[in-house]
Design a protein around this ligand. Structure first.
Ligand code: UTP
Length: 303
């Protein structure tokens, strides 16, 4: 039996407080990494994985996100008349099929688990992907595509994972995958949301890519409040480990940037800027000049 995944949920109802004041009026997912909004990277990754239905869980103040997926006839006419065909092509790459994008509101910010639960009627009774757009993953084969391929063999539930430094475990959902795990897909024995370093079962963190069974939505029905006073997706997945033991971790190949944090966003900007043929040389020259200036200064301070 193979397991197909054609729907993806993008929970984007958070306040994005770490990017205030920018996020007072601009959704975090619209902030550009070089020249494309974060959400575009997530959409492209989902498309590459075969996703056909894109479900956004939004909140008040996210209308810029909805507009982004609308057509822009005046802009297109202007680019056409100005013979700016290359920009027109760029714009058309962001077009979505009619009816492929759906929005549901999360009226109250009650946590990631609650946001996913808000999409339950659109998800229906089939496996679905969840993508957190502020986790940007640079990979030869897009992360969700790697997962969908692995999922087709094993089914159940799957969470993306990577190792994080021991002192950072309290920022993540952390997995107990046993000590003998080898290979990319590993059965999960337990998972705990934001543990203290001394209580963490490992340093394998859950990253913002999931493929989940509809049973997880049932587990969210009880609205159990977990770490940080929020309804946690991790808790609903943990309940699947207890009930059916069918949760796997997937160690993806690629480099993940935490674009929900300022430092991660800056690192991603440097990495994606340097990867661009049209920017690389000028940008690299600039970066070299900055490090040349700063190194002697820091050495001076150390004396
Ligand atoms: P974060 O914990 O990063 O929160 O949410 P945030 O609001 O986006 O950002 P900060 O921490 O205030 O800076 C992780 C993901 O879960 C979504 C967010 O939009 C983000 O994609 N989320 C979180 C919801 O959709 N609803 C919630 O109630 C909570």
């Amino acid at each position: 039996m193979t397991y197909r995944v054609t729907k993806a949920v993008f929970p984007v109802a958070g306040f994005g407080t770490r990017f205030l004041p920018a996020t007072k009026s601009v959704p975090k997912e619209i902030l550009p990494l070089v020249d494309r909004p974060l959400i575009q990277y997530a959409i492209d990754e989902a498309r590459a994985a075969g996703i056909r239905e894109f479900i956004f869980v939004t909140s008040r103040g996210k209308s810029a996100l909805e507009d982004y997926f609308d057509s822009a006839p005046e802009l297109e006419t202007s680019l056409h008349e100005g013979n700016k065909g290359h920009l027109l092509d760029l714009l058309r790459q962001t077009d979505m099929d009619s009816g492929a994008v759906a929005y549901v509101r999360q009226q109250e910010r009650r946590g990631l688990g609650h946001a996913v639960w808000c999409a339950r009627r659109l998800i229906g009774d089939e496996p679905f992907a969840v993508i957190l757009p502020d986790d940007v993953i640079d990979a030869e084969k897009p992360c969700l595509q790697q997962m969908v391929e692995a999922y087709a063999e094993v089914g159940g539930n799957m969470v993306a994972t990577m190792e994080v430094p021991a002192q950072s475990v309290s920022s993540y959902g952390i997995l107990d995958v046993g000590s003998t795990s080898i290979g990319a897909t590993m059965p999960v024995r337990a998972m705990v949301e934001k543990p203290r370093p001394e209580e963490a079962p490992s340093n394998m963190a859950v990253i913002g890519r999931y493929i989940l069974s509809p049973d997880v939505l049932d587990n969210l029905e009880d609205m159990r409040v977990g770490a940080g006073g929020e309804i946690q997706l991790t808790d609903a997945i943990s309940a699947e480990i207890a009930a059916r033991g069918n949760v796997n971790a997937f160690r993806f190949r690629g480099r993940r940037f935490d674009c929900g944090s300022k430092s991660g966003f800056l690192q991603a900007t440097v990495a994606f800027g340097l990867a661009r043929d049209d920017l690389r040389d000028e940008f690299l020259t600039y970066l070299r000049s900055v490090t040349e200036v700063q190194e002697p200064a820091s050495k001076l301070r150390a004396v």
